[in-house]
Design a protein around this ligand. Structure first.
Ligand code: CP
Ligand code: NVA
Length: 302
């Protein structure tokens, strides 16, 4: 394992499976009252430049369960919000705490923070990637389909941060993947360059084509945080890119649906499909806690 978790492109298949196996163990132990305070006395600083429900609560609760504590640091309350360089913030926090989780806009900010911090840095979402989300998603796929190898995942919607990370995580773990986006909303060029090496990857503009025989269907909001001004245009551009009953009839009969949440019912997912697949969707949300505890134990527990 590297020092940091900045993007799944940096991890090997072995790294990902090590996290998932430990996450399964953490989940089992939590449910059975077995406590391992592997981060006793340690502190995680959590820098947020964007809103969050799941990421904040799961990291904070996870640190507490592992015997440590977490500090919620809003961008606006830090000197970063008044222009203090991220390089200096990295060096200061490295003197006080044992790890940093950051949610922000530019991936470069996270990479710079990590390069100047002597402690582990974890990406809690950027415009480019959402690696912690995908670890929880892969964990959920294994719970429902017993494996990752050969399982087909279809992404329908925006080629955004969550899609970028899902492509990398799924392909590195031997899954097949088909992505359907409207023209102009494709995944990041670096991700497409990575995916080009995998014959089991396809990028199409027809949601029905992507959904065919899929075992897992995944989507996300059409306008991500920071794209609020484009919301109306995106509603028009993404017409037809909804996971609904018709799309589900094309998928495998045992298919599940995942959504990182928050969801916009009757935009990217119909209200009926959302409720029908609420169990895997909320298992996925729960698995954020277990997956991130595994990441923190591996990176900060040394
Ligand atoms: N899925 C996810 O990251 O949720 P939050 O934005 O609530 O953290
Ligand atoms: N793509 C969404 C994910 C939210 C968890 C966003 O970046 O806002």
């Amino acid at each position: 394992m590297k020092k940091d978790l900045l993007k799944l492109l940096d991890l090997s298949q072995e790294d990902i499976l090590e996290i998932l196996n430990l996450a399964d163990q953490m989940k089992y132990e939590l449910k059975n009252g077995i406590k391992h305070k592997v981060l006793k006395g340690k502190t995680l600083a959590m820098i947020f430049s964007k809103s969050s429900t799941r990421t904040r609560v799961s990291f904070e609760t996870g640190m507490y369960q592992l015997g440590g504590q977490a500090l919620f640091l809003s961008h606006n309350d830090l000197q970063i919000g008044r222009g203090e360089p991220v390089e200096d913030t990295a060096r200061v926090l490295s003197r006080y705490v044992d790890g940093i989780m950051i949610r922000t806009f530019a991936q470069e900010e996270v990479e710079t923070l990590a390069s100047r911090a002597s402690i582990p840095v974890i990406n809690g979402l950027t415009d480019f990637a959402h690696p912690c989300q995908i670890l929880a998603d892969l964990m959920t796929v294994r719970e429902y389909h017993s494996a990752l190898e050969g399982v087909k995942v279809a992404w329908i919607g925006d080629g955004n941060n969550v899609c970028n990370s899902l492509i990398v995580g799924a392909l590195k773990c031997g899954m097949k993947m088909s992505v359907a986006t409207p023209k102009g909303y494709e995944p990041h060029a670096d991700i497409l360059a990575f995916a080009k090496e995998y014959p089991e990857f396809s990028l199409v503009n027809d949601p029905a084509e992507a959904a065919e025989t899929a075992d897992v269907l995944v989507t996300d909001v059409w306008a991500s945080m920071g794209q609020e001004d484009e919301a109306q245009k995106r509603i028009r551009d993404f017409a037809g890119f909804q996971i609904n009953e018709k799309i589900m009839s094309i998928a495998h009969e045992k298919a599940i649906v995942l959504h990182c949440l928050p969801a916009h019912r009757d935009e990217e997912i119909s209200a009926g499909v959302f409720e029908k697949y609420a169990d895997p969707i909320f298992d996925e949300a729960e698995n954020r806690l277990h997956a991130q505890k595994a990441v923190m134990a591996l990176l900060m527990g040394k």
